[in-house]
Ligand binder design. Structure first.
Ligand SMILES: [Ca+2]
Length: 556
């Protein structure tokens, strides 16, 4: 990494994307966040800096001194913990303006960096395919192929211990099973979603009636102890892996994929009770409240991110069954609350094992809040929360969970593809910072390669490997500006999008025409400029088609 923030590491050779736009002005902000919702985390206080110029100057001088003494960034070959939740909206957690109590995530944000333009692939499977490989999805013949490596394989080759806890959703055959694709230890759901309290229970008939496959290492698991709850069990496995790995000098990689808050809405009664009644003001009010908190904490400027309008699939709060709707959202909030409690357990174990100062933690969601509604919304038939029911939040809450954006999971408007992303890395990430530099899940592979001093292979187990398509996030973590990606592209179920610089074209499968947005002045996609700028719209939509051909999505 040189002083201009350009990526010069050897592992990026062969990548097909150019490193253009290096001359663009920096888009990194360093801001002290609204502190009102944050608690204290005394053990890490030494990493914090005070507010104002003298403190920042002192921090810079100290950083320069440390750099001159050490000669390199601290925590070379750090432990890496990558935490991903499932179907959680952009603004549910406290440090992104939500009303769910997430003190542990808020602390990570206060001591770390929040991204405001970080992207996933709008869907569980395609996000996981890109996340673990650093590649856009190639959908023909299965998402995880022999011409791809996982970050588990790359980090294991570099000497890391590797562990995966939770949802995989990329298959369970020998060639795609996580235990055979780079993870020394695996425990969790190989499928897409399951009963949180009892994974032996089949889905209801309206969801296919299947029992979802669970595994430990390369064995199938069919028995679960009394009191089982997925979120707790996945954390138990991650902590056990961490304790085992911390006993020697090798660094470790823990990937934790919670199934919360994906449906079915299953939460512990005591967690739900905390939120019951909190959502009786409805989704429209909730969106406005979140938007106001986001402005107050400095996530964005109102002029560039106007609050988007009412979603076409949302229904009128005044005529909704408000008590039932409050309960659905309370259970959803409780599921996130439980994730946060477990992240607190995880970080406490990290400190107990003496590993906290040499660990980087990343947190994100695999897609936006979800509009799907298996089980429907008839209060006489559905009872959100317990083991024997199966219901989701529905489109109105799913949309509101992504405030201030439009749409939700499976759509490629910003509400479907934007994720909160927190990066915590003591001694490298400046505490309490926010960046608007764009990032994408394909960036984790090159980031981890760089952090670990690993080599991304040209060939692996006799197969030529596709070159990485992302860019390392390390310059952003270090507070520098990074060359922007040449482009970013998305597709799911007929929804399409392509972003180049600040311009984005979107094809909504319900609208059935290309729309054009200037994200620099309209991140929330409120002003369609396609009619005013047909040439730009055509050029970007044609670029999407070229990308779709290159990745095999459409025929050559
Ligand atoms: Ca998902």
């Amino acid at each position: 990494m040189n002083h201009e923030g350009k990526c010069t590491t050897k592992h990026t050779n062969g990548a097909r994307l150019s490193r253009a736009a290096a001359g663009k002005p920096a888009r990194c902000r360093s801001e002290t966040p609204h502190a009102g919702r944050f608690g204290s985390w005394s053990e890490a206080a030494s990493h914090r800096v005070g507010r104002g110029r003298p403190a920042r100057l002192a921090f810079l001088l100290l950083a320069m001194l440390l750099a001159s003494v050490a000669g390199a960034a601290p925590a070379a070959r750090p432990n890496i913990i990558l935490i991903m939740v499932d179907d959680m909206g952009w603004s549910d957690i406290g440090c992104y303006g939500g009303e769910v109590d997430t003190p542990n995530l808020d602390r990570l944000a206060r001591e770390g960096l929040r991204f405001t333009q970080f992207y996933n692939n709008a869907k569980c499977t395609t996000t996981r395919a890109s996340l673990v490989t650093g590649l856009y999805p190639r959908r023909q013949g299965g998402l995880l192929k022999q011409n791809m490596v996982t970050f588990g394989e790359v980090l294991r080759e570099a000497g890391y211990h590797t562990s995966l806890s939770g949802k995989w959703h990329l298959g369970s055959g020998d060639k795609v099973h996580p235990f055979h694709r780079g993870f020394d230890s695996y425990y969790g759901l190989l499928d897409g979603c399951c009963n949180f309290f009892d994974p032996t229970r089949p889905d209801p008939a309206y969801k296919g009636g299947h029992v979802r496959e669970f595994g430990q290492d390369d064995r199938r698991i069919t028995e679960f102890p009394k009191g089982f709850y997925t979120t707790d069990a996945f954390t138990d496995h991650a902590i056990a892996s961490m304790r085992r790995f911390a006993s020697d000098d090798r660094p470790f990689f823990l990937h934790i994929c919670y199934t919360a808050p994906h449906y079915p809405l299953h939460a512990k009664p005591e967690d739900t009770a905390k939120y019951r009644g909190r959502f009786k003001h409805g989704w429209e009010v909730l969106r406005r409240e979140r938007y106001q908190r986001q402005l107050e904490m400095g996530l964005f400027d109102a002029g560039q991110w106007p609050l988007s309008g009412t979603d076409s699939e949302a229904y009128d709060w005044a005529t909704a069954d408000q008590d039932f709707e409050d309960l659905r959202m309370a259970v959803y909030a409780a599921m996130i609350d439980c994730v946060d409690q477990n992240i607190g357990r995880l970080v406490a174990a990290l400190k107990e094992t003496g590993q906290a100062d040499r660990t980087a933690i990343f947190f994100l969601s695999d897609n936006g809040g979800c509009s799907e509604e298996p089980g429907g919304r008839d209060p006489a038939k559905r009872h959100p929360g317990p083991v024997d029911d199966y219901v989701a939040v529905g489109p109105a809450w799913g949309w509101a969970q992504n405030a201030p954006f439009r749409r939700y999971k499976s759509w490629v408007n910003e509400g479907g593809i934007s994720t909160p992303m927190i990066a915590w890395y003591p001694g490298v990430v400046k505490p309490g910072t926010i960046t608007s530099q764009p990032g994408h899940i394909i960036d984790f592979m090159p980031t981890f390669v760089e952090l670990a001093g690993a080599t991304y292979p040209e060939a692996y187990k006799g197969h030529e490997i596709l070159p990485m398509e992302g860019l390392s996030l390390l310059p952003i973590l270090q507070g520098k500006s990074r060359p922007e990606p040449e482009f970013l592209a998305w597709e799911w179920a007929g929804n399409r999008a392509y972003r180049k610089g600040d311009w984005k074209v979107v094809w909504d499968k319900l609208v059935k025409e290309w729309e054009l947005y200037d994200l620099a002045s309209d991140r929330t996609e409120t002003r369609n400029l396609a009619g005013a700028q047909p040439d730009r719209t055509r050029a970007l939509s044609e670029a999407w088609t070229q990308w779709a051909r290159r990745t095999g999505l459409v025929e050559q």
